[in-house]
Design a protein around this ligand. Structure first.
Ligand code: SF4
Length: 438
C-alpha cells in the first residue's frame, strides 16, 4: 500500500438544495435509499466570525468565504434573532448553510423552519432525549442531516467524575488521554443510540480537541467504530501560525490514512485563511484538483541577489485571483538549484545578479532587470493561461528541457567578480514575513 490509503467508505450525507447545489459528504456505502455511492471529494467548510443577526454583514461574509472556496458555511445561532435572520440570509447566499446549535434545542427547530441545510448539535450541552428527539423529527421531515459534534472542551464529566474516569480509563489503559478518548466515544455511542432508536442515519460526526495527537487518536478510533462521514478539525487551534501546524499535523495524517470526509481548519483569525489553508492541504495531498497557481519558491540562502521574499509574495497576491488553471509557477533565487526545482514548472524565473531569466515550458522567453521581473512574469503567466484555456498548450507540457543559464554568464557574477571573490548581494532582507497575508 502506498503512503496515501484509500478513502474509508462511509454512508453519504447530502447538504444543500437545488438553489445552492447539493454537496455530498462521505460515501462509498449505500445511501439512505439503498443506492450505491462513491466517496465524494473531501469538502472544505468554515464558519462565519460575525454575528448572524447582522444580516447584511453575515451575507457579505458568506459570499467572501464562498468566493475563497468554502463549499459549506456554518453560522452561530445563539439567540432567536439569529435563527430569525436565517430566513433573510439563506435566500441570498449560494452555499449550503449549517446552524451551529448549543444549549437551546429550540434554535435547531427554528433554524430548520428557516430553511437551514444542516444542523450541528453538541452532546455536551443538548443531551435531553426528548429535546434531541424533537430535533431529529424536524430534520427527518425535511431531509436535513445533523452533525454530532463532541468537543473535548464541552464534554467534561460533571457528575460522578471520578467513578466515570476509572470506568472509562480501563478501555484505553496506557494510552495518552485514554480516559478522554473513552469518554468521547462513550458520549457519541450514547447520543447515537437516540438517533438509531428513531432510525435516523443522516449523520456526520466530529470529535475535536486542541491537541493534534489526540485528534489523530480519537478520529482513528471513531473511524473504526462508526460508518458515518467524519468532519475533521482541531478546535481552538490558536493563531493562524500555530493553528496551521496543528491542523495540518492532525488532519493531514488522518486523511493520508483515508480518514475524513469534510474539514474545517479553525484559526483565531479571518476565516478566509481557514478556507485557503484547507484547500491547500487537500491539494497538497492530491485529494482535490488544484484550482489556480501552484507556486514553487526557494527559501533563499546566502547566494540570493534579488529581493526574492517580496517578489514571491507579490507574485502570489497578483496571481491568486487572476489564474484559475492549476499551472505551476517557480520563483527561484538562483541557478544553483533553480533548474532542478523548477523542473515541471510551466512558468519559471531564475534570479541572480539583480536580473531574472524567465522560462515558459522550458523555453527562455526573457532576461530582465530586477524591477521588471514581476510584471514580465505576471504577463507570461496570463498569456500562458490564455493559451491553456484556448487549448493551444497543455499544463505540464515541456517544449524543451530547461537549459540553465551559465552560472558566470547572464545571471552569474561574471569572471571578474568571481576572481575578485566578490558577489553583490540583494541588500537588507525583510525582517517581518507576511506569508499567507493578503
Ligand atoms: S535556489 Fe539558489 S538562492 Fe534559492 S535556496 Fe537554492 S541555492 Fe539558495
Amino acid at each position: 500500500m502506498g503512503p496515501m490509503h484509500p478513502r474509508r467508505p462511509t454512508r453519504p450525507i447530502y447538504v444543500g438544495d437545488a438553489r445552492t447545489g447539493v454537496i455530498q459528504i462521505g460515501g462509498g456505502l449505500p445511501n439512505g435509499r439503498g443506492e450505491p455511492t462513491q466517496p465524494a471529494p473531501v469538502v472544505v467548510q468554515t464558519m462565519t466570525a460575525g454575528y448572524t443577526h447582522d444580516v447584511d454583514r453575515c451575507v457579505a461574509e458568506i459570499h467572501k468565504l464562498a468566493a475563497a472556496g468554502a463549499e459549506i458555511v456554518r453560522v452561530a445561532v445563539p439567540e432567536r434573532k439569529d435563527t430569525d435572520a436565517l430566513r433573510e440570509i439563506i435566500p441570498q447566499v449560494r452555499v449550503p448553510i449549517v446552524a451551529d446549535v448549543h444549549f437551546h434545542f429550540q434554535r435547531a427547530l427554528e433554524a430548520v423552519e428557516a430553511g437551514v441545510h444542516k444542523i450541528r448539535l453538541n452532546p455536551g450541552n443538548i443531551s435531553d432525549r426528548e429535546q434531541v428527539n424533537a430535533v431529529i423529527d424536524a430534520c427527518k421531515e425535511r431531509g436535513i442531516p445533523i452533525r454530532i459534534g463532541v468537543n473535548e472542551g464541552s464534554i467534561i464529566e460533571r457528575k460522578d467524575k471520578q467513578r466515570r474516569k476509572e470506568e472509562l480509563g480501563k478501555f484505553f489503559e496506557g494510552r495518552k488521554n485514554g480516559h478522554l478518548l473513552a469518554l468521547m466515544i462513550a458520549k457519541l455511542e450514547e447520543y447515537l443510540d437516540i438517533f438509531h432508536a428513531k432510525d435516523f442515519h443522516d449523520v456526520a460526526i466530529s470529535a475535536k480537541s486542541m491537541d493534534a495527537s489526540f485528534v489523530f487518536d480519537v478520529y482513528t478510533e471513531i473511524s473504526q467504530r462508526f460508518d458515518y462521514p467524519l468532519h475533521l478539525g482541531v478546535t481552538h487551534a490558536g493563531t493562524k501560525e500555530s493553528g496551521c501546524i496543528r491542523s495540518v499535523a492532525a488532519l493531514g495524517a488522518l486523511m493520508a490514512h483515508g480518514v475524513g470526509d469534510t474539514i474545517r481548519i479553525s484559526y483565531a483569525s479571518d476565516p478566509v485563511y481557514e478556507v485557503q489553508d484547507g484547500l491547500e492541504l487537500l491539494w497538497s495531498l492530491g485529494l482535490r484538483e488544484r484550482k489556480g497557481v501552484d507556486l514553487i519558491a526557494c527559501p533563499t540562502c546566502g547566494r540570493i541577489q534579488v529581493d526574492l521574499f517580496t517578489l514571491v509574495q507579490d507574485v502570489r497576491k497578483a496571481l491568486q485571483d487572476e489564474i484559475t488553471v492549476p499551472m505551476k509557477v517557480a520563483v527561484m533565487g538562483c541557478i544553483v538549484n533553480g533548474p532542478g526545482e523548477a523542473e515541471g514548472a510551466d512558468v519559471a524565473v531564475f534570479a541572480g545578479d539583480r536580473r531574472g531569466i524567465i522560462y515558459v515550458q522550458g523555453e527562455r522567453v526573457a532576461n530582465v532587470p530586477e524591477p521588471e521581473i514581476l510584471d514580465r512574469l505576471l504577463d507570461e503567466c496570463r498569456k500562458f493561461q490564455a493559451r491553456v484555456l484556448s487549448g493551444e498548450v497543455k499544463l505540464g507540457e515541456k517544449k524543451v528541457e530547461i537549459v540553465p543559464p551559465d552560472p558566470i554568464g547572464a545571471l552569474g557574477s561574471g569572471f571578474e567578480k568571481i576572481a575578485a571573490g566578490h558577489v553583490e548581494h540583494a541588500g537588507a532582507r525583510p525582517t517581518e514575513l507576511t506569508v499567507g497575508r493578503s
